[in-house]
Design a protein around this ligand. Sequence first.
Ligand code: DGI
Ligand code: FE
Ligand code: FE
Length: 188
Amino acid sequence: MEKDKALALVKEQLTDHRYQHTLGVVEAAGKLAERYGVDKYKAEMAAIFHDYAKFRPKEEMKEIIQTQGMDERLLSYNAELWHAPVGAYLVQKEAAMEDEDILDAIRYHTSGRPGMSDLEKVIYLADYIEPGRHFPGVDEVRELAKHNLEEALIASIRNTIMFLLKKNQAVFPDTFNTFNDLVLNNRS
Ligand code: DGI
Ligand code: FE
Ligand code: FE
């Protein structure tokens, strides 16, 4: 698929603000892909589509999770988690995306998962550090991302977990498991 075609499909699904965020993720993902030897086309495609399902009605997302064999534990946690796996499903169904690496990068871009591929790491991180993000701690992660993909990813997941804990929000187990997996396997 052409990048422009993909962008046009996504633009229809998003608000202008969210589309601008998506363009930021594409830019960040392209740079990270070059830096860390990840397929740039796949990184840009996954970035373009990563928030495809962001504005689907909750009821529609819930039904897709229930009928398509997805992890139903998601339904007990924050609905913000749902657009990632549902997005992977809809991008395959509605945009005819068949590349499993790209679909996995979309699927796991919010929760992460243990054993993430480099492409998945690039998308998770690009989503966190894209130029339009301004939350506390993001500059430190941007610096880490220049030198070490794992260190940067660990910092971004740690920040996300701490952010949720401070708001007394439940943390999806995969997010903790991803953090543990990265810390335990990060040689240093
Ligand atoms: O879709 P975006 O806003 O670009 O970013 P995202 O897909 O990373 O969504 C992150 C949101 O999900 C963020 O506001 C935190 C929220 N969230 C809620 N519960 C969890 C969670 N994020 C993670 N990683 N794990 C959770 O358990
Ligand atoms: Fe997202
Ligand atoms: Fe995003």
